[in-house]
Design a protein around this ligand. Structure first.
Ligand code: GUN
Ligand code: ZN
Length: 443
């Protein structure tokens, strides 16, 4: 594999989006969110060796830099960190928007047949390429990605990600029961195949491995136990699975694991509830579960578009983020149950789901959950997710006036928070002017 070429030094000009502090720090309605954004209206960002080297006002910094440095002028646009999608299934790209079913029947009717195709390396490579093209065009530069049970699907995904030098988290799905034979491994083959993939890909360039039991119903206790052993054997691995997405699923898990006190306890018993564990959904978390997640410093991927699409329920974001014992939360598209890869579109539904529960999700808060807060939740602070010297230059440039309607709306904007809110409600891939991966323009 040819290593990615290093980007030459480059200047970006535009309005820079940073945070002064965590906009959830003092609870939902404290005013902390209003003050959280720190915008440099005419800013300069210098990229060197794939990282952010300097950042500040254009008028101050430009005269200190060589006049012949190449410059991308994004004046009128917002430059921020690339979006982070904490939960997405690349093999479900072609099954997106499948009609009429809730979770368990949707899986058997649409998803399992499509995932069966990924035993073919050429098919997997084609979908991985299209998926990453689409993801980058929506401004997402890092994602926690489910592959299928086939090692070929993981190989194809990481190879494509490595070719593009994107920082991705991904892993082979583990399923040794309650799924079609063509999609099942065994506890031992699942362990062995994961072990080989970890050795090959975890920490190779920017790639990170996630041990990926699909969810408790499709793994035996032995498979979950071996997943915990994989995590213990290699420091820094991720773990991703689904948790408490629907009530029918929860009832099934209670029947399958009668010795455990609840769904989260099934995973805890196997040693899977820990930092760098990403639990998709958690729609039906109890107060006790939230305490457990807080203490364990694991993350929940909130996937409102998926929850609405499948009719799974409304996640209580503000209960999870209660400043008394906050749970780490990031946003996930959950394509193919989610119907868009655009994190801006996910922010739109996150606002509405919070609103339906009587909470106002401030745009600084939803933008935080999609960038800097997500990096914290995934233990990637200091690596990606913010505009600061030394951070990898994965960037998303947003044009708030990209469509006729959003242009009309922002012509009446009263503040930067208002511009950002309009973007989160009206924005999609058309509002992404450019995406940079490690300092190189990728979309
Ligand atoms: N639970 C188990 N598998 C899946 C999946 O592929 N998508 C969603 N949304 N939930 C799941
Ligand atoms: Zn999912």
């Amino acid at each position: 594999m040819t290593p990615p070429t290093r980007a030459l030094p480059r200047i970006l000009r535009g309005s820079l989006l940073r945070f002064r502090h965590d906009p959830f720090a003092h609870g939902p309605f404290s005013g902390a969110a209003e003050e959280a954004l720190d915008i440099e209206p005419d800013g300069l960002l210098l990229i060197e060796n794939g990282k952010i080297a300097q950042i500040g006002p254009y008028g101050v910094l430009r005269p200190t830099l060589p006049p012949d440095l190449p410059e991308d002028d994004h004046s009128g646009c917002l430059i921020g960190p690339g979006f982070i999608d904490a939960h997405v299934h690349y093999p479900q790209l072609r099954a997106v928007a499948s009609y009429g079913e809730q979770l368990l029947t949707w899986l058997t009717r649409y998803i399992f047949p499509e995932e069966t195709r990924f035993s073919d390396p050429a098919y997997a490579a084609e979908v991985a390429r299209i998926f990453l093209d689409q993801l980058l065009s929506t401004g997402t530069t890092t994602a926690a990605v489910y592959c299928t049970v086939h090692p070929e699907s993981v190989e194809a995904f990481f190879a494509e990600s490595a070719r593009r030098n994107t920082r991705m988290i991904a892993g082979k799905v583990l399923m040794d029961r309650n799924a079609p034979d063509a999609l099942c491994d065994t506890a031992q083959t699942g362990y062995d195949q994961s072990r080989l993939l970890i050795d090959r890909w975890h920490g190779t360039g920017r790639q990170l491995y996630a041990v990926t039991p699909r969810f408790a119903p499709t793994s035996t206790p032995e498979q979950l136990r071996l997943a915990g052993i994989l995590l213990d054997e290699t420091p820094g691995l991720y773990m991703q699975t689904h948790l408490l997405e629907t009530q029918t699923e929860e009832a099934w898990v209670r029947r399958l694991f009668p010795d455990r006190s609840g769904y989260l306890d099934v995973y805890a018993h196997a040693g899977l509830v820990r930092p760098r564990a990403i639990f998709g959904h958690g729609v039906h978390l109890s107060g006790h579960d939230r305490h457990h997640c807080h203490d364990a410093r694991c993350a929940i991927a909130h996937c409102p578009r998926s929850n609405l699409f499948l009719g799974s329920g409304n996640f209580d974001l503000f209960a999870a983020l209660d400043p008394g014992r906050p749970v780490r939360v990031a946003l996930g598209s959950d394509v193919g149950a989610g119907d868009s890869l655009s994190i801006l579109r996910v922010m739109n539904e996150a606002y509405k789901v919070a609103h339906a529960r009587g909470n106002r999700l401030h745009p600084a808060q939803s933008y935080w959950l999609a960038t800097t807060g997500a990096a914290c939740a995934l233990e990637l602070s200091g690596v990606i997710g913010e505009l600061a010297p030394g951070i990898e230059a994965d960037l998303c440039v947003l044009d708030p006036a990209a469509t006729p309607l959003s242009a009309e709306r922002v012509s009446r904007a009263e503040s930067w928070n208002d511009v950002l809110f309009a973007l989160t409600m009206l924005g999609d891939d058309r509002h992404v002017r450019a995406t940079y991966v490690a300092g190189t323009r990728a979309a």
